[in-house]
Each structure stands twice: as C-alpha cells, then as structure tokens.
Design a protein around this ligand. Structure first.
Ligand code: S3P
Length: 459
C-alpha cells in the first residue's frame, strides 16, 4: 500500500523506542489549528469501503497509526487500499466477500480498529487471528465477542477475553437483537457490521446514545438503518444483506483532536486560537458545552451544516476565571475521550469538578482515571476517585505547580493532556513517552509549537 509506507517516516510507532517530551510555561498561543481527520470516521470509511462493491474515495483521512493499521487489515481481507495524491482509494469486495487473511491481523493500539473489524468479519466463514500492542492486548474483547456469538461466530482468546484472539466467522449467520450492557459505540458498530451479512433485521438497543457515525455512514453507503428513541433506549435497526455502494467521503476534522489546542488556549495566558471546521455532532461535542459551563471563552463561529452534520470554527481564548462544575453523567458518552484533557482544565479552575458516570474510562488505551489522577497528583493537584467517578480539586489560574515526569501508559490522550497542562504550570511537565501520540494526532507537536506552545522532545 503506497501510503502506509510513505507515511512510516513521519509517523512514530507506538511500538518503537520511548520519546520523552517536555512542555514549558507558554503565553499567547495564537493562529489557526488545522487538526487532522476524525479517527472514528476514518476507520469506518476504510471498513465500509472494503465492504462496498466498487471504489470508495476518501479525502481528509486521518493518517495516524491506528487508521493505517486498519488500512493494512482491509488489504489483508482482500480489499485494495492505496493513496494516490491526496485521495485514498478503497476497492471493496462486497458484503460477505472478505478473504481469509494469510497472517495475523495486528491492530496496534486501536480498540476501535480491532472491534469494528471483528464485527465486519464475524458473519463470513473465515478464521482470523487478531493481536495488538501491550495496551490493546489488555483490553476487554468479550463486550464484542458476546454479541458476535449470537450471530454464530466463535472466539478463542486468552483468559479474560483478551487478545491475541481467533474469531471463526459464522457459516449460517442469524440476525441478532442485542441490548448493549455498556455505553459503547464500538460494541454497537461491531453488531451492526456483523448484521450486514446476516439475513433479516439486526437490532441494537442502547440505553445511552453513543456516537452515531456507523448509523449515518451505513445509510450513506446505501444500507437501511433506522433509529428510534423509545423508553427502553435508542433502538437501531439494520436490514441485513444490502449491497453497499461506494462513496466519495470527505472526512471532517476530529473534535477529539480539536480538544487539545482548544483546552491549551483556554488555560494559557494571552491566547486566542481558531480551530476551523470542527463537527459538532451532539454525540461527540460534550466537551465544548462543558467548557462553556465552566466559564471558558469558547465560541462557535460560522456555524453551518455540512453533510447533514453541524460544523463550526471553534474560537478559544485564555479564560482566567474558570469554575469547577458537576459534569452530568448523561453527557459522558458524548465526551468520553475528552475527560483526560478536561481534568487538566479543571486543575486550573477554582473549586471542584466532579465527573460521575465514567466507568468506561477504566478500559480505554489505559485506565484513564488512574493515569490522570496519578499524574495530576504528582504535579500538585488533588484528585479523589471511585470506580466510576473522579473529582479534580482546582487550584485556579497560576496555581498548579507542575514539575513531575508523568507516564503516558501507551495512551496518546494521556500524553497530549499532560503536555497541554505543562503550558500553564509553574514548572515544566515531562511525559515519559510521546510516541503514542502518533496513533491519533501525528502532527500534534508541529501544530502546537506553530501556535507558540513550548513543547519539545528531550534527548
Ligand atoms: C469510538 C468509540 C469510543 C471511543 C473511541 C472511538 C468509535 O469507544 O472511546 O476512541 O469510533 O466507535 P467505546 O465505544 O469503547 O466507548
């Protein structure tokens, strides 16, 4: 695949040597931050493109390691995936057309990649072995293999439902009706993708609405997916065995990546940063409303609609008078990836920020409550935590000491959050390994330094 290798030089591997990084107190971040394409939509573009008949063309794809690993996987299943100029071309093999890969599918650091691909292959009679890096091989897969078993797929993994794991796809798949026990778009999407090659209707019921990119994109590719809000939750119904039609996709910019320059501007004295073209899909945008409730000077400029989704240019300015708030538990799914960087902003607010209903943070690329709590405390910020909640005791602007070396635990968002924090602490903040940042935001360092942030690598 031309592009995966073209990119290897510019993309650090999460498996490579540690890249120690440091962030020092900065001021006056300014300019425009053009963040990369949305990670969730990028994975789905490649997987759905590989399941369509004909050529899907994708621009704005996130070329982070997670997505490149999914691109390689789609090639291993028989799809052609290559980048020509600025466009990724995915020549799909049709629903049920995946070939059995010759080797092991290595999804690197990506839970989204592995769980969605497991769903996509689970109703095709092939046997596939999946693995990942040290972080991914610790994460729970039973949440996906349990519903896939209802279709008739078998999973043989390590104890506790961990990777490496072999999935034997169903020969005569049955349609499934499944109520997700955890609020997870990955689980929902795995079931919907498996349902594509099952006859009849596959139904997923989720108590809390999670990101709805799979539903929107499946409809875009010509499948029929309906969503109904009922007293038992959100009921999503897919008609099985459609022919997916190739699409031309322009991937919007990732609100989860936008979170870092936005939060950096809010806590760094004298800053005024514009982050253009960010999707404000209500299932993704919870952080931005939370920041506004905390008193952040964050505005949505040029609000418009693109491809059926609300989009705006985010303008974030230094906000010296932030206050801690209670973040509603029902908002958690719409900002689940943003809690690490929110906890950093909370450290610079006055008063407590209480974040309930966030058990899922414990099973991300790292245990994100633990990773942030340990690092925040080491930098002089008090944190209380329980199994599914945490509270950050804000120290106000200028009140955070810093000075510690924090561990990223192979987790890109932990690394970026502590580097953002170091821009406004009294003493520099170090991160033991910035390598994982390349999984989702390979241009983080040049983008942030371009705004005036003092972030660098240490030899
Ligand atoms: C994602 C879903 C979320 C999120 C992840 C991307 C997706 O995970 O944390 O970064 O693209 O579906 P869960 O579904 O496990 O909450």
């Amino acid at each position: 695949m031309g592009s995966a290798s073209d990119n290897e030089e510019g993309v650090m591997s999460s498996h490579g040597e540690a890249i120690p990084m440091i962030a020092r107190r900065s001021s006056g971040l300014s300019g425009e931050a053009h963040v990369p394409g949305d990670k969730s939509i990028s994975h789905r573009s490649l997987i759905l493109g590989a399941m369509a008949v004909g050529e899907t063309r994708v621009t704005g794809l996130l070329e982070g390691q997670d997505v490149l690993d999914t691109a390689k996987a789609m090639q291993a299943f028989g799809a052609q995936v290559e980048k020509r100029g600025e466009t990724w071309h995915v020549h799909g093999v049709g629903v049920g057309g995946f070939a059995e890969p010759d080797g092991v599918i290595d999804c690197g650091n990506s839970g989204t990649g592995v769980r969605l691909i497991m769903g996509a292959m689970a109703t095709t009679p092939i046997s596939v072995t999946f693995t990942g890096d040290a972080s991914l091989n610790k994460r729970p897969m039973a949440r996906v293999t349990d519903p896939l078993a209802l279709f008739g797929a078998q999973a043989h993994g390590r104890s506790g439902g961990r990777l490496p794991m072999t999935i034997v796809g169903a020969t005569d798949p049955l349609p499934v009706r499944y109520a997700t026990p955890v609020p997870s778009a990955q689980v929902k999407s795995a079931v919907l993708l498996a349902g594509l090659n099952a006859p009849g209707e596959t139904v997923v019921i989720e108590r809390e609405a999670t990101r709805d990119h799979s539903e929107r994109m499946l409809n875009g590719f010509g499948a029929s997916v309906t969503t109904e809000d009922t007293p038992e939750g959100r009921v999503i119904t897919l008609q099985g065995q459609p022919e997916l039609k190739p699409q031309v996709i322009v991937v919007p910019r990732d609100p989860s990546s936008a979170a870092f320059p936005v939060c950096a501007a809010i806590i760094t004295e004298g800053s005024d940063v514009l982050v253009p073209n960010i999707g404000l899909n209500p299932t993704r945008a919870g952080l931005f409303f939370t920041l506004q409730e905390m008193g952040a000077d964050l505005t949505f400029e040029n609000l418009r609609e693109e491809g059926g989704e609300p989009v705006a240019d985010l303008r974030a300015r230094f906000s010296p008078d932030l206050t801690g708030i209670e973040v509603p538990a029902e908002r958690a799914a719409s900002m689940i990836d943003e809690y690490p960087v929110l906890s950093v902003v909370a450290a610079f607010a006055t008063g407590k920020t209480h974040m309930p209903g966030v058990k899922e943070l414990r099973v991300k690329e790292s245990d994100r409550i633990d990773a942030m709590a340990v690092g925040l405390r080491a930098n002089g910020v008090a944190v209380d935590e329980g199994e599914d909640w945490w509270t950050v005791h804000g120290r106000g602007h200028g009140g955070v000491r810093g000075g510690a070396v924090t561990q990223s635990h192979l987790d890109h968002r932990i690394a970026m959050s502590f580097l953002v924090m170091g821009l406004a602490t009294q003493e520099p903040v170090r991160v033991d390994d910035g390598g994982p940042i390349a999984t989702s935001f390979p241009i983080f360092e040049p983008l942030m330094t371009g705004l005036g942030a003092d972030i660098s690598r240490e030899s």
